[in-house]
Structure formats: structure tokens, C-alpha cells
Design a protein around this ligand. Structure first.
Ligand code: NDP
Length: 291
């Protein structure tokens, strides 16, 4: 009987751990304990009091804001780790810092692999996330049944850290699309063009993206901006993408500018607002609302 645990029951972790609890004996831990108690009541997981307790399992999952948050739990995880523990980090994390952490952990008998996810909170609720896996192939096969509890697609992209690198670049592409679509649509709105009609055309044309097809119609045009993925987290990811480029010594002038732009938007609009609320900054600059 494989036992698993999940640490970090945020917007993503809460539903991901819910899917695990339907298939495995699942321990849950959250910094704010109320969420773990609620999870136990909703999904039949078991809320534990300490990180060390949550490490006495076969596979441990984390999904926290940053790799610094993840690393802060490492000493306690090591202290409570069951022999042969595999730690699967689903955070959109830092590739370099994760490689260092993995090395530190391997000397203490714990194997760290990275498995960041895409698909948003809707994908997490449906159990239909995409996992970009970094780590040994044999370990991936070992943890695959657990990953498939919440993922529809699992792809190995390389060794430890590679999953985080791919995720960072994916989210940089999201940010580019969100920023450019917001600029373009705010300009059209300022010109008096009907944005709905413009989107209708763009979404049948070569300028379309997930941003124009889904995010802007569902979140910006409705003025709802539901905070499912925080703007501050997107700014973090834009920074990680730039780190990846810097490590590769690949010139990425657009990504460098993008990081500054998204950080400015997070500062101006608020880091806890939904990432799509970045459009409000471009609207202000253009003097017209995307609606
Ligand atoms: P949330 O802000 O909703 O949740 C963060 C979770 O981390 C909470 O459970 C919080 O605990 C916990 N936490 C924060 N800091 C610490 C710490 N220092 N020690 C222990 N626990 C901590 O974030 P999301 O679930 O949205 O995001 C988590 C990760 O997943 C991020 O890396 C994000 O970039 C990524 N991601 C997010 C997606 C989304 O659509 N939201 C999609 C794909 C990836 P507490 O309850 O106590 O605050």
C-alpha cells in the first residue's frame, strides 16, 4: 500500500491532494492548519500536525509559492523521512536552487524530483493537469500512478531542475501573450473598436492564443478577474525564465523586458490580484477599458 503526503494546500495543492486522497492513503499538512482540517473533512485525507510526520510516507508532494519556501521545509522532512522517500516538488520553482537542494537531500537519503504543473486551478480540480517532470526516469515510473491521480499528461523533460526550467519558459510565454494582447486590445478599445468583435476575428486568425481564446473573454471582458493564479506568482515565473536564459547564456531581450514589466504590474496592481488584472495597467495607459 503506497502512502503519500501533500504539503501546501493552496489554490493548486488543495484540489491536487484531493485527487490523491481518492486513490491513496494521503496525509496532508498546511502552514495554516485550518485548510488541512477542511481537506480531511472533504476528501478523507488525514491532517497531520508536523512536517516531520508528513515525511513518514513513500511519496511526499509539495506545492508552495517558491523554492525558498520548499527548501525551508527540508530539514524537518529529512528528520521524519521514511527510508527511500521520494519528494515530488510541484512548485513552479527555481531550477538551480532545486538542483542544489536535491544534492543536499540525496546525501541524506531523500530523492527530490521536480514536477511542476500547468492547467490552472480548473485543471487541478478536474485532475487533468500537465506535469513537466525533471528527474530519473525510473523514479518517474515509480511515482507515475500518484502523478496520474491529478494529471492527464506526464512528460519527462530532463534531470532535476529541467521541469522547473520548462515551466518558467511556458509561463513567460503566457506573460508575453497576456501583455501583448492587453496592449493591442486596449489600443483597439481606445480607437472605439468593439473588443468582442475584434476577439472574434483574432480567435479565427493567427494572433490567437489561450489568452485571447479563454483568459480575456472569461476574466477581463467579464471584469471578474477571479484570483486563481496570482500576478505576483507570474512575476516570480518571469524572473525564473530570465534566470534560465542567463544560465544558458542565451540572449533573451524580450524576456528581460517582460520581467520588469510584469514586476511593475504586480507592484502597481497588487501581487495577490489575478494575473489577468495586469490588463488594468495597460487599460490605464491607453485610457480605455477592454470590454
Ligand atoms: P497559493 O498562494 O494559493 O498557495 C500557497 C500555499 O503555500 C499555501 O498552502 C500556503 O500556506 C503555502 N505556503 C506559502 N509559503 C509557505 C511557507 N513559507 N512555508 C509553508 N507553506 C507555505 O498558491 P498556488 O497554489 O496558486 O501556487 C502554488 C505553486 O504552484 C506556485 O509556485 C505557483 O506558481 C504554481 N502554480 C499555480 C497555478 C495556479 O493557477 N494557481 C498553476 C500552476 C502552477 P498558507 O495556507 O498557510 O498560506
Amino acid at each position: 500500500n503506497v502512502t503519500v503526503s501533500f504539503l501546501g494546500l493552496g489554490a493548486m495543492g488543495y484540489p491536487m491532494a484531493g485527487h490523491l486522497a481518492r486513490k491513496f492513503d494521503t496525509l496532508v499538512w498546511n502552514r495554516t492548519r485550518e485548510k488541512a482540517i477542511a481537506h480531511e473533512a472533504e476528501f478523507g485525507s488525514r491532517a497531520v500536525n508536523s512536517v516531520a510526520e508528513a515525511a513518514d510516507v513513500d511519496i511526499l508532494f509539495t506545492c508552495l509559492p517558491t523554492t525558498a519556501d520548499v527548501a525551508s521545509l527540508a530539514p524537518e522532512i529529512v528528520s521524519g523521512a521514511r527510508e527511500g522517500l521520494v519528494w515530488v516538488d510541484c512548485t513552479s520553482g527555481d531550477p538551480g536552487k532545486s538542483r542544489e537542494l536535491a544534492e543536499w537531500l540525496s546525501r541524506r537519503g531523500v530523492e527530490l524530483v521536480d514536477a511542476p504543473v500547468s492547467g490552472g486551478t480548473v485543471g487541478a480540480q478536474k485532475g487533468a493537469l500537465t506535469v513537466m517532470y525533471g528527474g530519473a526516469e525510473a523514479t518517474m515510473e515509480e511515482v507515475r500512478p500518484a502523478l496520474e491521480a491529478f494529471a492527464a499528461k506526464v512528460v519527462r523533460v530532463g534531470d532535476v531542475g529541467a521541469g522547473h526550467a520548462v515551466k518558467a519558459i511556458n509561463n513567460a510565454l503566457l506573460a508575453v501573450n497576456l501583455w501583448s494582447a492587453s496592449e493591442g486590445l486596449a489600443a483597439l478599445a481606445a480607437l472605439g473598436v468593439d473588443v468582442g468583435a475584434a476577439l472574434d476575428v483574432i480567435n479565427a486568425s493567427s494572433g490567437r492564443s489561450n489568452v485571447t481564446e479563454n483568459l480575456i473573454p472569461q476574466r477581463v471582458l467579464t471584469r471578474e478577474f477571479p484570483a486563481t493564479f496570482k500576478l505576483g506568482l507570474l512575476a516570480k515565473d518571469a524572473g525564473l525564465a530570465l534566470d534560465v536564459a542567463r544560465e544558458a547564456k542565451a540572449p533573451t531581450p524580450l524576456l528581460a523586458m517582460l520581467e520588469s514589466l510584469v514586476r511593475a504590474a504586480a507592484r502597481d496592481i497588487g501581487p495577490d490580484e489575478d494575473h489577468t488584472a495586469l490588463a488594468k495597467l495597460l487599460e490605464r495607459w491607453a485610457g480605455a477599458q477592454i470590454k
